[in-house]
Design a protein around this ligand. Structure first.
Ligand code: 9Z3
Length: 328
């Protein structure tokens, strides 16, 4: 696929920035096989009436993108994100009947693995005899639950996992998913929890080999990553329901930045979270107002309540689109 396919109606600078980003990005490895997997997954989950398999298809993004500093990369800039939010949200979306395309950072937290013991893999198995091993007793219940839920999601065809590392891979995968998901109209959803780099080094101006310290202090100019949210809404998947996240460390500016993103990129919901409290509290910002969501108890996930709210908002959106109302 031409990387700039479907961008014709975007105007001005953002179009040029996006075009040059894709033209200069190293081509996505296995692009054809990723595209085929995505299309098949969407096709298999596209029957929404009668014996519907799923109620909709959501692309959940999770983990941080990296910005390589060298083409043969030794060093890179990273973004803060463990992938816990995306992994937990994926589980709650599947539970709510959605099929999930989980676009995640390699090595980040995975759905159904959140409760597994953090200590070494070797510590929760014991050897029974020469040919058998078993999970040690204290971990058996959580491991059994995780295996069952994971297999039910994957074997049922409700979970497709696509890994990324760099900002180049991430944005190319999002383009493939978005242009494929557009065929579902309002039934498609984006839940963009990944921490995406704001600045990058264009491939052609990047050092080919490891940068040498003998050359003295390093001066480096970073280019702004084009705002893909706008293109996603206007060109790639204009009818999909879009939820993005806004992370700030300064509570004074958080809501104002979230509201600005809502309008600027025509998001349906912007989930505002502050670094110090993001695990226990988020605020869903919409054109109708703000809803604060807090963890119900120590063991609960804030994502449980958040996904319930988003599913409700997505259903209203589908209904309104069906009645011919245009919702932005
Ligand atoms: C978030 O704000 C996520 O909630 C977290 C989740 C990254 C805080 P963890 O993976 O953390 O559970 O450890 N994601 C979006 C961050 C982001 O880069 N947002 C951009 C911005 O704030 C907009 S796309 O400007």
């Amino acid at each position: 696929m031409d990387a700039t396919e479907g961008l014709e109606i975007s105007q001005g600078e953002s179009f040029i920035d996006v075009k040059s980003f894709f033209e200069s990005a190293p081509p996505l490895k296995n692009s054809d096989s990723i595209t085929q997997k995505v299309k098949e997954f969407i096709y298999q989950n596209s029957q929404f009436s009668g014996n519907a398999k799923s109620v909709g298809v959501v692309c959940v993004t999770s983990g941080g993108t990296t910005v390589p500093l060298e083409q043969r990369c030794v060093r890179y800039i990273d973004n803060f994100s463990s992938g816990h939010r995306g992994a937990a949200s994926t589980e709650y979306f599947v539970k709510s009947g959605y099929a999930v395309i989980f676009v995640h950072r390699r090595g980040s937290c995975q759905p159904y693995c959140r409760y597994l013991p953090e200590d070494s893999f070797l510590e929760f198995f014991e050897v029974l005899n020469d040919s058998e091993i078993q999970v040690c007793h204290p971990h058996a219940t959580v491991v059994k639950k995780a295996i069952k839920e994971y297999h039910s999601a994957v074997n049922g065809g409700f979970l497709l996992k696509l890994p990324f590392t760099t900002i180049f891979e991430y944005l190319q995968i999002i383009q493939v998913v978005a242009t494929s998901l557009s065929c579902l109209g309002p039934r498609g959803m984006f839940y963009l929890a990944a921490a995406v780099s704001d600045f990058y080094v264009p491939w052609e101006s990047m050092a080919k080999h490891k940068i040498q310290s003998a050359a003295g202090p390093l001066d480096m100019r970073l280019t702004q990553v084009p705002k893909m949210l706008r293109i996603l809404r206007t060109d790639w998947a204009p009818s999909a329901f879009c939820v993005s996240f806004k992370l700030e460390t300064d509570s004074e500016i958080l809501l104002q930045k979230a509201e600005s993103a809502l309008r600027k990129y025509q998001m349906h919901v912007v989930v505002a979270n502050e670094l110090a409290t993001y695990k226990r509290e988020v605020i869903a910002v919409t054109l109708d107002g703000k809803i604060s969501i807090r963890k119900q108890s120590e063991d609960a996930d804030v994502e449980d309540q958040l996904i319930k709210l988003l599913v409700e908002k997505h259903n209203n959106y589908i209904e309104c689109c069906g009645m011919g109302e245009i919702i932005t």
